[in-house]
Design a binder for this molecule. Structure first.
Ligand SMILES: Cc1cc2nc3c(=O)[nH]c(=O)nc-3n(C[C@H](O)[C@H](O)[C@H](O)COP(=O)(O)OP(=O)(O)OC[C@H]3O[C@@H](n4cnc5c(N)ncnc54)[C@H](O)[C@@H]3O)c2cc1C
Length: 382
């Protein structure tokens, strides 16, 4: 299988690796650790990428982008995820919040929100899931009631990533009598609005990651509505498809396997046959994930990733995440838990394993993704 994206892509990849090598500490494992310096690293790095025209490489120039292709964007996301996502929580703004505002926003919303995302100076969060609305998102109960020419929003969100550090939230609420998909409306809500309380949820994903968000009659203006009143489902579908393609963890899996090969070679270790077979299986799944991700990008190039292509890619990515996590543990045993200077694979194994467990739930569970693909194959509406 030839995954070569051409000379320009290779040059872009090399440029990104040089920047990462120069700016990101060798033991960096992402923004969500106990060390606040890691979050600061991502903020500095995003500002640098923005100055270099690499943060929103595929956005149109009129919105602060570099006017590149979705393949340039693919190279950027692969290099970022391969190196523990040094854009931190920013990837969400770049991958789907910005594009959703471009597609559904008013001119004023575009003027206000797109430049700070392109500069890497604002963190967004996603307020979709609720205690009784996860896989069945159309059951969401957060309600927006008309108030003057604006709205008051009341309800509760859960599992909201980065809510404690975000300045803005794309929030799904229900307006009017419409049931299920019909009544859903998207709001752009400042996280410092009165009536918002964020409560962190302790989890194995580390501090800052998961939160509950309580909305107690939060006032927002008429300009907070993204898209049509009652038209939120179209925004959600598009957002989720972009999000699912945007998480290129297959690139991290491939890099971890290659680091593992270096480690074993240096130690002169021969693997027993059964682990060699497991390795081949994991690597095959990594390549399948890359192929399906590229198919979704092709569909995106043709006008927006259809749900099924994005879900097929997501299924493969989460599977390879878990297979590689298991393999790393099997091969290195106790050394997988090492941390600090000299740790095997710079301490990345345990971190990778923890997120791999959550991967088949985040952004829609494995079963939900399989259902989207099955409905598409059977020609049923989504
Ligand atoms: C790391 C992480 C980050 C997240 N970040 C965010 C975020 O930023 N914003 C946000 O809004 N949400 C976020 N979520 C929430 C995530 O989208 C939901 O957890 C997910 O959609 C599942 O919903 P649920 O937790 O309510 O589980 P449920 O929907 O209750 O599902 C429970 C189980 O039942 C299965 N199931 C449910 N319905 C069906 C069905 N019809 N057929 C077959 N099986 C079914 C599911 O597959 C699952 O195994 C995050 C979750 C994680 C793990």
């Amino acid at each position: 299988m030839d995954f070569d994206l051409g000379e320009e892509a290779a040059a872009l990849r090399a440029r990104l690796r040089t920047l990462i090598e120069a700016e990101i500490p060798g033991d960096f494992l992402g923004a969500f650790t106990d060390d606040p310096a890691d979050l600061e690293t991502t903020q500095r790095f995003c500002a640098l990428l923005a100055r270099e025209g690499l943060l929103t490489v595929a956005w149109p120039a009129e919105y602060g982008g570099a006017g590149g292709s979705v393949w340039d964007q693919t190279v950027v996301r692969e290099e970022m995820w391969a190196h523990h996502e040094p854009r931190g929580p920013q990837y969400m703004g770049l991958n789907w919040v910005g594009p959703a505002i471009m597609a559904f926003g008013t001119d004023e919303q575009k003027r206000r929100h797109l430049p700070p995302i392109a500069e890497g100076s604002v963190i967004w969060c996603q307020g979709f899931s609720e205690p009784d609305a996860g896989s069945d998102l159309a059951a969401l109960a957060t309600r927006a009631t008309p108030d003057g020419d604006g709205w008051r929003i009341r309800g509760q969100k859960i599992w909201t990533s980065y809510a404690g550090m975000a300045r803005w939230c794309v929030l799904a609420g229900r307006v009017g009598p419409g049931e299920r998909h019909e009544g859903i409306t998207m709001f752009l809500v400042p996280m410092d609005a009165p009536g918002i309380t964020v409560v962190p949820i302790d989890s194995m994903l580390g501090p800052h990651h998961l939160n509950e968000v309580f909305l107690d009659d939060v006032p927002v203006g008429p300009d907070a509505v993204l898209g049509e009143v009652g038209g939120g489902w179209a925004v959600i579908r598009r957002a989720l498809a972009h999000e699912r393609v945007g998480i290129a963890r297959y690139a991290r899996c491939e890099r971890l396997l290659s680091l593992l090969a270096d480690e074993l070679r240096d130690a002169g270790t021969q693997l027993p046959e059964h682990l060699g077979v497991q390795w081949a299986r994991a690597l095959t799944q990594v390549r399948v994930a890359r192929l399906l991700a590229y198919r979704a990008v092709l569909a995106q190039e043709a006008g927006g990733p259809p749900d099924a292509a994005a879900s097929a890619a997501r299924i493969a990515v989460t599977r390879c995440d878990q297979l590689v996590a298991e393999l790393l543990f099997q091969v290195l045993g106790d050394r997988s838990l090492e941390a600090g200077p000299g740790a095997a694979l710079a301490g990345a194994i345990e971190d990778h394993w923890r997120y791999a467990q959550a991967a088949t739930v985040a952004s829609g569970t494995l079963e939900v993704q399989q259902m989207i693909v099955a409905k598409d194959l059977l020609g049923r509406p989504g």
